[in-house]
Design a protein around this ligand. Sequence first.
Ligand code: SF4
Length: 294
Amino acid sequence: MEAQEIMRPEEVMRSGHSACPGCGVAMGMRMVLRALGRPAVVVVVPSCSAVISGPFPYATLDVPMFHSAFEIAAPTAAGISRALEIQGRGDIPVLAFAGDGGTFDIGLQSLSGAADRNENFIYVCLDNEAYMNTGIQVSSATPRFAWTGTSPRGNTRRKKQIMEIMAAHRIPYAATASIGFPEDLAAKVQKAREIRGTRFIHLLSPCPTGWKTAEHLSPRVARAAVETNVFPLYEILDGIHYTLNYQSRGLPVETYLGLQGRFKHLGAEELRAIQHETDRAWEELRRRSEKQTC
Ligand code: SF4
């Protein structure tokens, strides 16, 4: 399906936001909101997304928006959703934006509680793989070997597997998405809109500032993550049914890593380790998705 068929015509985000040039988070928010359409209620927590969406009267989102605390994007969305239900307006979708810090780390406990209760909201994790708006500190979403301000020689830990954690809650819908694949992202937002319960979208959102990439490269970097299988596009229904949404070109991981300054220090051994881990994870994902068709 073409982008113009799946994207609603109207913009939900005004111009004039304060993101850095080429920000993948701003692009992701715009694509998500445009696919979701109106009416909708949006929750943001302290992060680049809160800076981008802005305070009243300078708000860039053209839907009702609630600024919540860092660790409670999910229960805030759940509370708003319940209130709308009581008012007889339960058909209005509530969507929470949180970064990887507010999802993988600080918000994980409250997200888990809300997912356990299968609260009715869409949660979009804008994953830029570090605490960017406080100065590029490592998070548990930061990939192994990546430079950050607090991992100057490269992160020593592996990226936390947030999709597996969410799947373990048996929520009705979880999906990965990329700003490099807008049609796929829009289709997933619209699919999530039609489902009740906790829906989770893990959206890779390149950050030119923290990833040390050129401003115009964010969509290309995001595509390269998918084409190298570093960030595959897939869905999980009810925590068990896996579907691969895109057959990648299987390019070497250097195609993705080489676009970014945060991996410039890597040697052959580290690159081999990343390739090995990427291949292993891709095979596991393929095996799980193939099992569904048997
Ligand atoms: S620091 Fe990164 S994520 Fe934050 S506004 Fe700038 S480019 Fe976007």
